[in-house]
Design a protein around this ligand. Structure first.
Ligand code: CMC
Length: 379
């Protein structure tokens, strides 16, 4: 009998020391490098937040201007990468296209020497700059439209919107997209971040690190939940159906998408900001019934699931906002990735500072000392 205790899902098991972000799940507190995420969402920008995550402190005015300039000039993707994206099945999920394109980037930009800090920085800037271009290109090309060349006179959020729709967003919509990117940029040791750190610990190149994190984000228990929230709200259909639907789901032990979190035992602070932002978007787009259902659902669930510490998480309101902006459902998780790449890269750089390859233990429960029976003697 093994003496090692198994902790399914590595719950409460520390796997690294990290200074990137901090969560207090009881006080609904999330900080990036010590700064509250709500403050960053309201007052900072994605570009500034990405620098903060990567470098540890807020940039000076000059550092931010230079970083912003580097990002703007690295948005374009090679025509061969565009050709590769064009050849991917148009009905495939854009997350798989993103993962494939990022893995392929490692062939265009060989950066195997991860001891070279300049090359690591260049890779980080390139990845943050190019992910929106890859997502928008796949989306356009799958519909038979030309991919739109990025514009370097627009900021990160504005340019992404422009590459999707060939028009500039209104200032309010640009701000909402920017804030969504800030809110999704980092979240301590979640599954995709851990996956990236595990891959990084083998000294793999940064494109492979990010492509493994993207793959991990695809699952419905992680980044994929925001799509399922919309399916669920549509299935409920109206505010008056909400209570009965929730009660039935609880009886059938069905998980309610967009609710629950390993760390937060109160409402996720990002969900609170997103709910506020949703109201700004709806001032322009009109308030969809799905939002009313979501608000009702939150009220109903508070009484039923609240006592178990299950409250709305970041995915509960994000999909409703993106839908109101006209963004297709299967791009919700890629947008999560476009933001989270900043956090993944910050963790990768941190991992390299004091690296040891991850090699956990297992508890063997299989057979032992079995005889090999020759094939000719088996039935
Ligand atoms: N609806 C109903 N019951 C729930 C839910 C939910 N959404 N989440 C957890 N529970 C219950 C679960 O049934 C279990 O009950 P019991 O102890 O009676 O068996 C208990 O709470 C613990 O659940 P768990 O699945 O063991 O908790 P976990 O910490 O392993 O999982 C989670 C966390 C986020 C995977 C889970 O809450 C969940 O599946 N939520 C729905 C999917 C979702 O919204 N995911 C997005 C997460 S936030 C963004 C991100 O990280 O990507």
């Amino acid at each position: 009998m093994s003496q090692i205790e198994l902790r399914p899902g590595l719950a409460d098991v520390p796997v690294a020391e990290s200074a990137v972000s901090f969560i207090d799940g009881k006080r609904a507190r999330l900080e990036y490098r010590g700064i509250a995420v709500e403050t960053l969402a309201r007052e900072s920008s994605f570009e500034e937040t990405a620098w903060l995550l990567l470098r540890g402190d807020l940039p000076t005015q000059k550092q931010l201007a230079d970083f912003d300039d580097q990002l703007r000039h690295r948005r374009r993707i090679k025509y061969k990468l565009k050709d590769l994206i064009k050849c991917l099945p148009e009905h495939g999920h854009p997350m798989y296209a993103l993962q494939a394109a990022v893995a392929a980037m490692g062939m265009f930009y060989p950066s195997r020497d991860i001891t070279n800090q300049q090359s690591n920085w260049d890779s980080a800037v390139r990845l943050i700059a190019k992910l929106p271009t890859v997502v928008a290109a796949f989306h356009r090309l799958r519909h038979g439209d030309e991919a739109i060349t990025p514009r370097d006179d627009l900021d990160h959020a504005g340019n992404f919107y422009y590459m999707l729709f060939e028009r500039e967003p209104s200032p309010a919509i640009r701000k909402v997209i920017d804030a969504c990117l800030v809110l999704h940029a980092e979240h301590t040791m979640n599954a995709s971040t851990f996956s990236g750190r595990v891959t990084g610990s083998t000294l793999a190149n940064p494109y492979t690190v990010i492509s493994s994190a993207i793959g991990t984000l695809t699952g419905p228990l992680h980044g994929g939940a925001n799509e399922e929230v919309l399916d669920m709200l549509e299935e409920i259909g109206s505010v008056k159906n909400t209570r009965a639907w929730v009660e039935d789901a609880v009886v059938k032990k069905k998980k309610i998408m967009g609710f629950g979190h390993r760390v937060y035992k109160v409402k996720d602070p990002r969900a609170t900001v997103l709910q506020e932002l949703a109201e700004h978007v709806f001032a322009e787009t009109g308030q969809p019934v799905l939002f009313d259902i979501a608000v009702e659902m939150e009220k109903v669930c508070e009484g039923i699931l609240g006592p178990k510490g299950i409250y709305p998480n970041v995915d509960f309101y994000s999909g409703i906002i993106y839908k109101a902006l006209g963004i297709p459902r299967d791009l919700f998780t890629p947008i999560f990735a476009i933001a989270r790449v900043a956090g993944w890269l910050a963790h990768w750089l941190e991992q390299l500072q004091n690296n040891r390859i991850y090699r956990p233990e297992q508890i063997y429960v299989g057979k032992q000392n079995q005889a090999y029976v020759a094939l000719s003697q088996r039935p």
